[in-house]
Design a protein around this ligand. Structure first.
Ligand SMILES: Nc1nc2c(c(=O)[nH]1)N[C@H]1C(S)=C(S)[C@@H](COP(=O)(O)OP(=O)(O)OC[C@H]3O[C@@H](n4cnc5c(=O)[nH]c(N)nc54)[C@H](O)[C@@H]3O)O[C@H]1N2
Ligand SMILES: Nc1nc2c(c(=O)[nH]1)N[C@H]1C(S)=C(S)[C@@H](COP(=O)(O)OP(=O)(O)OC[C@H]3O[C@@H](n4cnc5c(=O)[nH]c(N)nc54)[C@H](O)[C@@H]3O)O[C@H]1N2
Ligand code: SF4
Ligand SMILES: [Mo]
Length: 855
């Protein structure tokens, strides 16, 4: 079957993919980012196509509508908002998951034609601090390094980055380089002991929010060691480099020494740095150290902000943040704004920056936004203080949502829903973390009436009277316009220049190979950049909302290996859910206040609360609790963590402090705990606490807990799955609070339901799920089933290797039988031989399991 060259739609590594229309795919051996490899999420991309719940037709006020009617309604909503509140009463909220062409069109509509700076992106939650840090240090938003630098470095420092899970292919490249050159060192700075720490030379468990203090300490150390620089701002930066980290002095001294003595050092930073009320200072504190030590602009050296989304960089290039202009032009330079106005022939170029995401939704909550168009993002779940964001969305008179799925918390609230093309259907470009522009190409037909986002924007613009400026024939035409804009004469020199791509023909664009900017002339490939830079003073500030006697713990949030954000694409895929099926709160056992591992616990903050499965994890630094960001109303409504997360922002970048909220931990008392396995999904509102889990093809698990009487819950839940001609096999011990039931038809298991007073009294799910695959279960199996036999057998074990379905227990037993290296574990079990995303966890098991001496 013919293969199409395209790019993975998940993380900012930007791996090349070769895809066939039937959904089979493999890594592109020719793509410079991945050279043929794909991680667990990339490998499972084929399973995310053809998902149920696609938004296939436009809807207005809950009813199916024609595209014409829906676009008319959007235009009318914006016209009314303009009439009532002027340009500032309108807004767009977009995303790093748009293609550059869509992004460019959205930004042009908002800033050039609606006349508002109110277009912000979910990159505000993601990269805004790095952008601001770059602009303060380099005068422009640019990442100087390239991926190869991670392989050429002698020291790689990860700051607030769980690279092993969030940028797995880059992590594998790093690990391969370390295997080839064992002298190369890896330091991880993270309050948690993450998978990225496996095999690291040093892990500094920094107290949350203290990175500025750490890099200020490093700056003082470098200065004391005699490092000097002619870049401006050094004296102030050193004078104000204060703060104490509380880290172990010997470990700290080792880090300071390694950094000072290793010219080839790369510091890669991500959300542990950016998502902070001192995020911009964290970026500059890191860059300051690279400037003073001279670790920049050379092979294997430099500060490296890694981007999260597939096209976070593209959004920055087209200027689709509330405080930036297209093509890295600058509002602060009047001639640059004028050049843009002329280029666009814009009737009404926004006079200045608009509202940043947190402020934008606050304004909407206050009734100041009449029309808001949300595109390719799920703010009802991903913004902090999400309960308030939800209210703001409800209150907005004209809320438009463009999405591929009907099943998102934000799409649910929209008055107008526009079906967008998704990955494999849309066509355009994305830019990865090392400035490489790659093509996403369509290899499947458009489903239903789904259309590209740029087209919907152009249609609305035309209805508002600006058709000529949006009369593109397709993405290639938009790309040319964008590329030419970057070549406009500018008073100040800018590195971002892709004007060499401005005259690509449609055929050139169709065939465009991965291309790194700057590309000022056709055929060029950009490389490492050595921008002029300055020091920025970064006095230490603690997190905006301190922990207290009432809220003594610091809530950290972040990502899991196999889930993507609000789970709209990864959540329904069983093998991606298998690794971490329930929403958890991980905490050091000594901070668990006596709550057992596996119990349900409640986290309260001044903003809201969430109920989660408690996990004891000695790898979490004392005083912290880690909760994944992913769960939504669709999968576990009581576990939506952002309802509790504080909305404090960085004063420079406006990026929210998603990595630090004061919380307290307490029990979540329930009358019963249980689970229901069924052949269809019964949704996520079955009980006071529900986690919906796709367990396997055609099999759904519902983890449950409730406050009602167990016997009542048992009867109510059984009634939900009852079917004609099916019979219940029951085992009840009401005095002990035990209720067990299996629904069987013609010997085939249809559902089973288990309730117990305590989570520890429930049998392992994996074994029961296995019984669903059998054509008929015999009477012995029935008895075992109700007795929950394997309850006293082996404990349930998580699937570590999702490619080959290998559990931790199987890996441990292979280690116990003598497989003492990752390669031998791979030979014995196949674990780790697929995409490789589980290799750090296999390494952790190897380190933790005593290996028998050879006889
Ligand atoms: N599997 C998966 N991969 C993804 C994504 C996904 O959803 N799933 N999303 C993509 C996106 S958009 C992004 S932005 C990236 C994010 O990639 P990362 O930034 O690597 O991911 P996070 O888990 O959000 O946070 C990283 C680490 O910051 C640590 N941390 C918390 N507070 C602090 C602190 O004060 N200081 C320091 N030094 N560390 C701290 C956390 O413990 C966490 O381990 O991942 C991308 N890749
Ligand atoms: N507590 C906490 N909160 C966080 C974070 C954290 O670490 N902790 N991280 C933050 C970060 S870094 C990020 S990036 C955000 C991510 O948060 P969101 O952007 O809200 O999350 P997604 O689930 O990726 O939402 C993307 C939506 O776009 C849709 N989509 C995909 N492709 C297209 C397309 O081509 N067109 C259209 N119209 N729709 C499309 C998908 O179906 C999905 O519904 O979350 C932020 N929120
Ligand atoms: S590392 Fe994985 S998720 Fe990221 S682009 Fe590559 S295959 Fe996709
Ligand atoms: Mo992100």
């Amino acid at each position: 079957m013919a293969e199409t060259r395209t790019t993975c739609p998940y993380c900012g590594v930007g791996c090349g993919v070769l895809a066939s229309a039937d959904g089979t795919l493999r890594g592109d051996p020719e793509h410079p980012a991945n050279r043929g490899r794909l991680c667990s999420k990339g490998t499972a991309l084929g399973e995310t196509l053809d998902q149920p719940g696609r938004l296939l037709h436009p809807e207005v006020d809950g009813k199916r509508a024609s595209w014409d009617a829906a676009l008319d309604a959007v235009a009318e909503g914006f016209r009314r908002a303009l009439a009532e509140g002027g340009p500032q009463g309108t807004a767009l909220y977009v995303s790093g998951q748009l293609l550059t062409e869509d992004y460019y069109a959205a930004n042009k509509l908002a800033k050039g034609f609606l006349g508002t700076g109110n277009i912000d992106s979910n990159s505000r939650l993601c990269m805004a601090s790095a952008v601001a840090g770059h602009r303060r240090a380099f005068g422009e938003d640019l990442v100087p390094g390239i991926y190869e630098d991670l392989e050429l470095a002698d020291l790689v420092v990860l700051v607030g980055s769980n690279l092993a899970w969030c940028h797995p292919i880059l992590f594998q490249r790093l690990q391969a380089a370390r295997a080839a050159r064992p002298a190369m060192r890896l330091v991880v700075i993270d309050p948690r002991r993450t998978a990225s720490c496996e095999g690291a030379d040093l892990h500094l468990p920094i107290p949350p929010g203290c990175d500025v203090a750490l890099f200020n300490t490093l700056l003082r150390h470098l200065h004391a060691q005699g490092f000097r620089s002619t870049a401006p701002g050094l004296a102030e930066a050193v004078a104000q480099a204060d703060g104490d980290t509380g880290l172990d002095p010997a470990a700290l001294a080792t880090f300071l020494d390694w950094f000072a003595t290793t010219p080839r050092t790369v510091t890669l930073f991500s959300q542990g740095a950016n998502q902070s009320s001192a995020g911009t200072d964290k970026a500059n504190a890191i860059i300051n150290c690279h400037l003073l030590a001279g670790h920049i602009g050379q092979p294997g050296a430099g500060p490296f902000s890694i981007t999260g989304q597939p096209n976070a960089m593209g959004g920055r290039e087209v200027g689709a943040l509330a405080n930036t202009l297209a093509g890295h032009l600058d509002w602060a330079v009047p001639a640059e704004a004028a050049a843009l106005r002329d280029y666009w022939q814009a009737p009404n170029l926004a006079a200045g920056p608009g509202l940043k995401a947190v402020d934008l939704f606050r304004a909407a909550g206050e009734g100041r936004i009449g029309a808001l168009w949300v595109m390719a993002t799920n703010p009802a779940i991903s913004l902090p203080d999400a309960g308030r964001v939800r209210e703001a969305l409800r209150r907005t008179p004209c809320l438009v949502a463009s999405d591929c799925t009907r099943e998102s918390d934000t799409v649910d609230l929209a008055r107008i829903r526009l079906p967008a093309l998704g990955w494999g259907e849309k066509s355009g470009t994305v830019t990865n973390s090392e400035r490489v522009i790659s093509r996403q190409r369509a290899f499947r037909p458009a489903p239903g009436e789904a259309r590209p986002d740029w087209w919907a924007i152009a249609q609305v613009a035309a209805r508002l009277g600006w058709g000529e400026a949006f009369a593109w024939s397709g993405p290639a035409a938009i790309f040319r316009e964008h590329a030419a804009l970057t070549g406009l004469a500018r008073p100040a020199a800018r590195a971002f220049d892709i004007s060499g791509l401005a005259d690509l023909s449609d055929a050139d664009y169709a065939a465009m190979p991965p291309t790194r900017w700057p590309v000022a002339r056709r055929g060029e490939q950009g490389g490492r950049l050595a921008p002029p830079a300055r020091f920025v003073a970064t006095p230490f500030r603690p997190p905006a909302n301190a922990t207290s006697a009432e809220y003594p713990l610091a809530l950290l949030t972040g990502r899991l290996r196999d889930q993507w954000h609000s789970m709209t694409r990864t959540g329904p895929v069983p093998r991606l859910m298998a690794h971490s099926p329930e929403p958890t709160a991980a905490i050091h056992p000594a901070d668990a206040a006596g709550l057992p591992d596996g119990s349900l616990a409640r986290l309260d903050s001044p903003w809201g609360s969430a109920t989660l499965r408690l996990r004891h994890d000695p790898g979490i630094a004392r005083g912290g609790v880690f909760v994944p960001m992913h769960w939504t109303a669709r999968f576990a409504p009581a576990a939506r963590i952002n309802i509790s997360v504080n909305p404090a922002v960085d004063p420079v970048s406006g990026q929210p402090e998603l990595k630090h909220t004061p919380v307290r931990l307490g029990p979540a008392p329930m009358a019963w705990h249980g689970f229901l396995l069924a052949r269809r999904s019964l949704g996520a509102e079955l009980a006071d606490w529900t986690a919906l889990i796709p367990e396997g093809p055609g099999l759904w698990r519902h983890e449950l807990a409730g406050g009602e009487a167990p016997a009542e819950a048992f009867a109510r839940l059984r009634a939900l799955v009852e079917e004609p001609d099916a019979a219940w096999v029951l085992l009840e011990d009401p005095a002990a609070g035990l209720h067990r039931a299996a629904l069987v038809r013609d010997g085939r298991l249809l559902a089973c339901l288990f309730l117990a007073p305590d989570p520890a009294g429930l049998p392992p799910r994996g074994w029961l799920a296995g019984l669903f695959a059998e054509a008929a279960i015999g009477s012995a199996a029935r008895r075992a089933l109700l007795a929950g036999t394997p309850a006293d057998g082996p404990a349930p074990s998580p699937t570590l290797c999702v490619c080959h379905g290998v559990t931790a227990a199987v890996i441990c037993s292979s280690i116990a039988r003598g497989a003492n290296t990752p390669a031998l574990v791979g030979e014995a079990t196949k674990a780790g031989t697929g995409c490789g995303s589980c290799r750090p966890e296999i390494a952790a098991l190897l380190a933790a399991t005593p290996v028998p001496e050879p006889a």
